[in-house]
Design a protein around this ligand. Structure first.
Ligand SMILES: Cc1cc2nc3c(=O)[nH]c(=O)nc-3n(C[C@H](O)[C@H](O)[C@H](O)COP(=O)(O)OP(=O)(O)OC[C@H]3O[C@@H](n4cnc5c(N)ncnc54)[C@H](O)[C@@H]3O)c2cc1C
Length: 505
């Protein structure tokens, strides 16, 4: 690879930045189309069964002990160091703090597919229509179908055998309206088979995974046995067998246009503490909404890219509202047993509103001697999560090299409706749902690089290419012109598949 010098060389046909849903799907499709692809990821490989079985040696564990501070990679307050406060280069979580909103994202090969709850859902019909030339629901339909199959979205064979599943767990209670068939979204979980046996399973590509053991933690801090579908296992390991090169611990710091030849990418190798310049005719940015916006703003500031007048507009939080709902005091329930989320519900009287997801309590990664206590506490409250199409009227900016961003729930009627639903659940059950009504904590930041044919309103066109920058593409949720209002990863995967298709088609 090139060191910092003036020579321009082609390190690959395409450089992909980030290895979450967007980066992994794009890289896999591009390799299948015969391109040489170099994928740069700032985090490490995570030590999971499929990764270990594939022979990847230099891995870091998923967070299980060590306390929350060891989990944090970096903190990004509105003021302070331009790259945030670095805490642990192999850390799992990153926290971005803005005005009225905080966003959490992940670091590591596989990105947010380690933290996700594995719920797959499509946005409402018409979401992609009328956004830009060459893009509509019909164009996206095949990409959704393929991604759903690849991520292995399924229903459990028998929901009654899944602890806490919302299809059966609340029978006889009067808080929820029963759902009809097909209302529970598919889950990207390897459920135990009919015999309940928990033995390793190897698929036709040689990927090894275990069916989920519902008594163990598989939520936000990852699934060491591979029972949750993760994109490192599903897309990257097979693509590596076909030539994909993945470079972990390599953080992209800026992108520079090189005339008509392509792009130079400034990379910091975090293990060797070395800067490198890599180049390719095409670059796909898939660093996640916060980091893709940051990379573009920073590259513009450094003169690597030009004005990008639509950059930073239309930031939203996907209507995320997260509450904590205590279990009944009779000791009959353990919220933390089961898959990471227990399913969807509709709260009585709010049937026309959004679905509410009941999530399991999360055991934090505490040292072993504190585990039993932390696990018991996690079992005492469900997470109540709602998503909706908020107004996406927030903004992302860069002042003096530090990225700042803002979003207010007050501009979005969908938030008021969600809060009323949470309050109703508290009243009906006699157990109030605790939530922050003043500031959003989002797991699904979106926008800032929206799809639009108008370069003053958005950053990419209907093929995901940055306006005025041939060969520079974006394949993550930063492009969403409006929040999807549902768990977004299936849409990110489908969009990345579409972008790669347009790059090669
Ligand atoms: C607790 C929780 C539960 C969730 N559950 C669900 C769910 O059930 N269903 C669902 O659909 N979604 C869920 N999500 C959301 C999901 O995780 C994200 O939407 C998804 O991961 C975003 O995909 P992405 O490819 O855009 O970005 P990411 O998955 O965040 O991937 C981006 C990658 O880029 C890397 N990166 C960033 N900057 C750089 C750089 N400068 N250089 C090199 N690499 C870089 C990061 O380390 C990361 O690995 C959940 C999120 C959380 C926090």
């Amino acid at each position: 690879m090139t060191r910092l010098d003036n020579e321009l060389q082609r390190d690959a046909d395409v450089i992909v930045v980030g290895s979450g849903f967007g980066g992994a799907v794009a890289a896999s499709r591009l390799v299948d189309a015969g391109k040489s692809v170099l994928l740069l990821e700032r985090g490490p490989w995570r030590d999971t069964l499929p990764v270990r079985e594939a022979g990847i040696e230099d891995t870091k564990p998923l967070p299980r002990t060590g306390g929350m501070t060891s989990v944090l990679r970096s903190l990004h307050p509105p003021f302070g160091p331009k790259r945030g406060i670095g805490l642990n280069k192999s850390g799992f979580l990153e926290m971005w703090i803005g005005r009225g909103v905080k966003a959490v994202c992940t670091s590591g090969v596989g990105g947010g597919s380690h933290i996700w709850a594995a719920m797959l859902e499509r946005p409402a019909a018409g979401f992609w229509d009328g956004r830009a030339a060459g893009l509509d629901d019909a164009v996206m339909a095949g990409h959704y179908k393929r991604a759903m199959q690849e991520l292995m979205g399924v229903q459990p064979l028998d929901a009654a055998r899944v602890p806490n599943h919302t299809d059966h767990a609340w029978e006889g209670e009067d808080y929820f309206t029963p759902l009809g068939g097909g209302e529970q979204p598919p889950m990207a979980i390897l459920y135990p088979g009919a015999d309940g046996a928990a033995t390793p399973q190897t698929d036709e590509r040689g990927i090894v995974r275990m069916p989920m053991d519902f008594s163990r933690d598989h939520g936000m801090f990852g699934s060491p046995d591979g029972s949750k579908s993760t994109v490192d296992a599903i897309y990257l390991l097979p693509a590596m067998q076909k030539g994909l090169v993945v470079r972990p611990m390599c953080e992209v710091r800026a992108i520079f246009r090189q005339g008509k030849e392509g792009y130079r990418v400034k990379v910091h190798d975090l293990d060797n503490r070395q800067d490198m310049l890599l180049s390719a005719p095409e670059v796909v940015l898939a660093a996640g909404t916060m980091n893709t916006n940051h990379l573009l703003l920073h590259s513009r500031r450094k003169g690597g890219l030009g004005a990008l007048p639509g950059l930073g507009k239309g930031f939203g939080a996907n209507g995320d509202l997260i509450g904590s709902w205590p279990v009944p005091g009779d000791g009959s329930r353990d919220a933390a047993t089961g898959p990471p989320v227990h399913g969807r519900v509709k709260i009585k009287g709010h049937e026309d509103g959004v679905y509410v997801i009941l999530g399991g309590g999360e055991t934090p990664p505490v040292p072993g001697f504190l585990y039993a206590r932390a696990r018991a506490k996690a079992g005492r409250a469900y997470e109540v999560v709602a998503m909706s199409q908020d107004a996406a009227d927030g903004q992302i900016k860069m002042d003096k090299a530090t990225m700042s961003f803002s979003f207010s729930m007050s501009g979005s009627p969908s938030y008021a409706a969600t809060m009323r639903a949470f309050e109703t659940l508290g009243e009906l059950s006699g157990r109030p749902v605790r939530f922050d009504a003043g500031s959003v904590m989002t797991a699904h930041p979106m926008g800032g690089c929206r799809i639009s044919d108008d370069a003053t309103q958005g950053v990419v066109d209907g093929a995901g290419q940055v306006h005025g920058y041939p060969g520079l593409y974006i394949a993550d949720a930063s492009v969403f012109p409006q929040p999807v209002g549902v768990p977004p990863s299936l849409s990110i995967a489908a969009w990345a598949s579409h972008v790669a298709g347009r790059m090669t088609g």
